[in-house]
Write a protein that binds this ligand. Structure first.
Ligand SMILES: C[C@H](O)[C@H](O)CC(=O)C(=O)O
Ligand SMILES: [Mg+2]
Length: 398
């Protein structure tokens, strides 16, 4: 019997915001409320990350159709430019390939985009195709993706919550709460004082045991980050996240040595491929890697990043990505917990992270999710038909 092949690759754009591009939210959402960023040194871009375009890409949905008509899909961030890359470049390399050849397909996509790729948008597009192919593989075999990865190593996932209300997260059963840093170096000593006061208040609210983390979203330099970390020592931060520009691997390594005892350094949300993560690991720059499976190269690449991390004694706690991360986290010993991004506008309720795009998207209850809830073919989610999709770079059917 001849093997099934990929008959068609398609890229769609949803008509609504949100979805994989969780920064694409209406005004008033906590995710755009004075959060520190590298652009905050320009006063006019300090109050809102949407003001400099963080939400402009939007979501892209990649579909792959097998020669028997079975369809796999995955959303990621990248919107129209990613749709162009998928339809006009990657599709040429994927259509006609056996559906089981995930490694060979990945290698072709990566090598053929090196002249403009390596990280960022091209890797988002590659990740979208890769995740759609894993979804397809699971559907064709009638198995969840976690089973294709070798099977779960735990019966349930435990989560920390990212959002403005760790006190609410604690009451909802999460193991910790990660808040965004709001005041970067441009706000000087007064900014540090405000951050310390805010975190001290949160510590009082959540008690001494609950994990508290601070996400700096690339906004600091080594000196400021070290100063802030020591100013926060009494608060007892579990980790300081992504304090520096992603390309400053050496700065991460220097900073890690200067952190207060017991405070971990996490990073890698905006890093891609095993090559980028290798630098972070070999320089001893981080304790926790946070690749986003929709940005780092997809699941095929995340498995390699994870193996490298394991050999270096580092944890892998993927950034966001909902169910696309959960299937992975369930299967790795060095991923002991997962992130849940609180996408409710004021971060006080658990809502599906990719809303309004998906149906059947599992969410943690009591801060936990039974792996059995992931036991549907592929990633186990469906596109919500009420969310309209358009295909801007439609090609004739192959
Ligand atoms: C809240 C952070 O600034 C960002 O929007 C999300 C993130 O980096 C994370 O979940 O981690
Ligand atoms: Mg982060």
């Amino acid at each position: 019997m001849s093997p099934l092949t990929v008959r068609a690759v398609r890229a769609y754009l949803p008509d609504a915001g949100g979805g994989a591009d969780y920064h694409d939210q209406p005004a008033g959402h906590w995710i755009d409320d004075h959060i520190a960023s590298p652009m905050a040194k320009y006063a006019e871009y300090r109050a809102s990350r949407q003001s400099f375009g963080l939400h402009l890409l939007g979501t892209v949905v990649v579909e792959v159709e097998a020669s028997d008509g079975t369809v796999g899909f995955a959303p990621t961030t990248g919107g129209e430019p990613a749709a162009w890359i998928v339809e006009n470049h990657l599709a040429k390399l994927v259509e006609g390939a056996p559906v089981t050849e995930l490694e060979r397909i990945w290698d072709r996509m990566f090598l053929s985009t090196l002249h403009y790729g390596r990280k960022g948008l091209a890797l988002n597009a590659i990740s979208g195709v890769d995740l759609a192919l894993w979804d397809l593989a699971g559907k064709l075999r009638g198995e969840p993706v976690h089973a294709l990865l070798g099977g779960a190593v735990r019966d349930e996932l435990v989560f920390y919550a990212t959002g403005p209300r760790p006190d609410v997260a604690r009451d909802l059963g999460f193991i910790g709460g990660k808040v965004p840093l709001r005041h970067g170096p441009a706000e000087g000593e007064a900014g540090i004082a405000r951050t310390v006061a805010a975190l001290a208040q949160l510590r009082d609210a959540v008690g001494p045991e609950f994990w508290l983390m601070l996400d700096c979203w690339m906004s600091l330099d080594v000196r400021h980050a070290a100063r802030l970390a020591h100013a926060l020592d009494a608060v007892g931060l579990r980790w300081l996240e992504e304090p520096l520009l992603p390309d400053d691997y050496w700065g991460h390594a220097a900073l890690r040595k200067r952190l207060p005892a017991g405070m971990l350094l996490s990073s890698g949300e905006h890093e891609a491929t095993r090559y980028g993560f290798r630098l972070l690991l070999e320089l001893g720059a981080v304790d926790i890697l946070q690749p986003d499976v929709g940005w780092c190269g997809g699941l095929t690449e995340l498995l390699k990043i994870s193996a490298l991390a394991d050999a270096h004694g580092a944890l892998v706690v993927p950034h966001g990505s909902s169910v696309y991360s959960y299937h992975f986290v369930a299967t790795r010993h060095n991923s002991p917990f997962a992130e849940f991004l609180m996408m409710h506008p004021d971060g006080t309720e658990v809502v599906p992270m990719f809303r309004p795009l998906l149906l059947d998207e599992p969410v943690p209850r009591g801060g936990r999710l039974a792996v059995s809830e992931l036991d549907r073919p592929g990633f186990g989610v469906r596109l919500d038909p009420s969310c309209e999709l358009r295909r801007p770079y439609r090609r004739p059917s192959p």
